[in-house]
Design a protein around this ligand. Sequence first.
Ligand code: ADP
Ligand code: MG
Length: 707
Amino acid sequence: MSETIDVEALFGSRVFTLGKMKERLTRQTFAEVKRVMEQGGELPLATADVVAKAMKDWAVENGATHYTHWFQPLTGITAEKHDAFVSHPDSEGRMLLEFSGRELIKGEPDASSFPSGGLRATFEARGYTAWDMTSPAFLKEDATGVILCIPTAFCSYTGEALDKKTPLLRSMEAISQQALRIVRLFGNMEATKVVPSVGAEQEYFLVDREKYLQRDDLIFAGRTLFGAPAPKGQELEDHYFGTIRERIGAYMKDLNIELWKLGVTAKTQHNEAAPAQHELAPIYETANIAVDHNQLVMETMKKVAGRHGLTCLLHEKPFAGVNGSGKHDNWSLCTDNGVNLLDPGVTPNANIQFLLVLACIMKAVDTHADLLRQSASDVGNDHRLGANEAPPAIISMFLGEQLDDVVKQLVETGEAAHLIEGGKLETGVSTLPDFEKDATDRNRTSPFAFTGNKFEFRTVGSADSIASPNTTLNAIVAEAFCEAADTLEREMAGGKEFELAVHDLIKEYMGRHQRIIFNGDGYSEEWVKEAARRGLPNIKSMVEAAGTLTTDKAIRLFEKFGIFTRVELESREEILYETYAKTINIEALTMINMANKKYIPAAVGYTRTLADTVIAVREAGADAFVQSELLGEVNGLLSAARKALKELERATAQAGAMQDAKSQAFFYKDTVKEAMDALRAPIDELEMLVDKKVWPVPSYGELIFEV
Ligand code: ADP
Ligand code: MG
C-alpha cells in the first residue's frame, strides 16, 4: 500500500505565498506590499527591510542557508548565484543571519558572461537584478542545501533588458492598458487591469540513465545525432494515452509532489504520441508566473528523473522518425473583475465585444505572423517546424466551424444572424448519457487554434522558455487593440454611433485579415501552396526568422509600447545567430567525435571479423559468397562515412573561422548541417548491418522502448 499524499498540506509549502506574508507582516505593511504588487510603483526601503526579514525568517525556519536572485538570461534557462545569509559575526563571535531590503530588491550579478548581443560592448558590463514582486519567492532544495529563490528581472547598467522577463512584464503592461481601453468602450468601468493568462502543456521524453550515459550525442546535444530507426515506431498509436508503466508512474508521482510543493498546479499527465514521450500540464495562471513555473517544471523534470535512474530529454527532436516535443501555450485575457475577453458565451454572433477582440487578434496574427513564428523558434524546433511535423512553420489561425461561419457571415453581409449549433451527441447506448456536442471539433494541426475560451499557440518548442511567445502575443494584440480604440474613440468624437463604429470596424478587420484563417490540414502539401498564394510567410528556420525582429514593422511595434528598443532588438537578433552557430557547432563536433572514436572503429573491427570469416570459410572449402558480399557492403559504407566525416571536419573548421555572426549562422544551417546529414546516413546504414554485439551505443529500440 502506498502512503497517502496530503496535497492540501503539500501545496505551496515551499513558497512564500501571500498568505504567509500576511501572517508575518503587520496589516499596514502587508497592505503596502499588496498595493505595489497590484498597481506597481516602488516599495520604500524601510518596508522592503521588513519584508526581507519576514522572508528570511520563514526561509531559515525551513532550512535555508542562502538566497539567490533567480533570473532568466537570454540562454533560455534560469540563472542563480547563491549568497549565504551570513554577516559579520558580532564582537563575541556570534553569527546573526541577515537579509536586508536592499538585498531583496536589487542584486548585482556579474553580467559579463551572459549573452548580451553587443549590449555589453556598447554600454557596461554591469548587470542588475530587480525583484519581480508579482511572482512569489520559493525554496529550492538540492545537494547545495535549501536556497531562497527570489524571481527577478535582469537589466544592464543603462536599463536595457538582458533577460526574458523584463520584456514580458513590459508587454503585460502594454496589453493591460490597451485592453482596458477596449473594455471601457463597452462600459466596463470596474476593471482596473487586464491580465494575460497562460497554461503551458509540457512534452518530454524519459530515457534510461545508464543508456543515456553511453550516448555522447544525448549528453552533449540533448538529441540523438545518429541512430537507425527501430523496427517499431509510433505507427500503432499504442503509446498515446496508454497505461503508464510502473517506473514512469513513480516518476510522475514524485514530480507532481515536488511541483506542488513549489506551488505549481501540476494537473494533467499522460503518455504522448511517441514511445517514451509524456506530457504534463498545469492549471493556467498569470503570464509571468506561468513563465517562471514552466522553468521550474523543466528543471524539476530533469532533477526528479535522476532519482529514478532516468534522464529527461526536453529537446524538441531527440529521435528522428518519431514525434518531437513541443509546448502548447494556452493564452487568454482576463479582466481583474472576472471577464475572459476570449469567452464567446453561448451566442458568439451576438457578443460584440468578443467579436471585436477576435477581429483584433486576427489582425494581430496576420500582420505579425513572422514575429509569432520567430518567437517560437529555437535551434531544436527547426526539426519540427517546416520539417513535416506538427505544427507547420506557416502561422495560421483555426477558429472552428461555428466561429468561422460567424466570421464569414460578418464579412459577407455585415451581420451574423445565425449560429451553427452543436446539438446532441447520441451515444446509442441506453445506459450512457447523451452529450451536448461542442459546435466545433478540434483541429490538431493548426499552429494557433481557438479552443473554447483561449487560443492555443502550438508552435512553441519543448525546451524553450515561453517568455518570448507570450511577450510577442501580448505586444501584437496590444497594438491591434490600440488601433481599434484609437479609431473608435476618434469616430465617436466625430459623432458616429458606437454600435455602428464597432460593427464597421469588426467587418473591416475580419475582411482584411480573413486570409489568416485556415481550418484544414496544416500538414498537407496543398496548404503550403495555398498559404503561398495567400501571401502568408513560410519561414523555414530559426536563422531566417531572426531577422524579423529588426524589420521597421517590428521596431515600430515594440518601441511604441516600450517593450524593446531598437538596440535591444538588434542585440537579440545577434544572440540568436550566435546561439544557433554554437549549438550546431557542438552537434557537429560531437558527431565527428563519435564517428572517429566509436562508429568507425566498431565497423573497422567488424570488417576484420568478416574478413577472417571469409578466409576461414574458404579454407574449409566452402563458398563464402554471403560473407564476402557483406564485407563489401560494410566496407563501402565505411568509406562513404569516412569521406563524409572529412567533409564535415572541413565544413566545421570553415564555419569556425567566420567572423560575422549572421553569415556564420547561415553557413552552419546551409553547409554544416548538410554535412552532418551526409555523415549520419552511412553510419545509420552500418548500424543495420553490423553485429549488434559490437555496435558501440544503445540503439533507438533500446532507448525508446526499454525504459
Ligand atoms: P487540452 O488542450 O489537452 O484540451 P485543456 O484545454 O483542458 O487541455 O488545457 C490545456 C491548458 O490550457 C491547461 O494548462 C489549462 O489550464 C489551460 N487553460 C484552460 N483555460 C485557459 C484559459 N482561459 N487561459 C489560458 N489557459 C487556459
Ligand atoms: Mg492542448
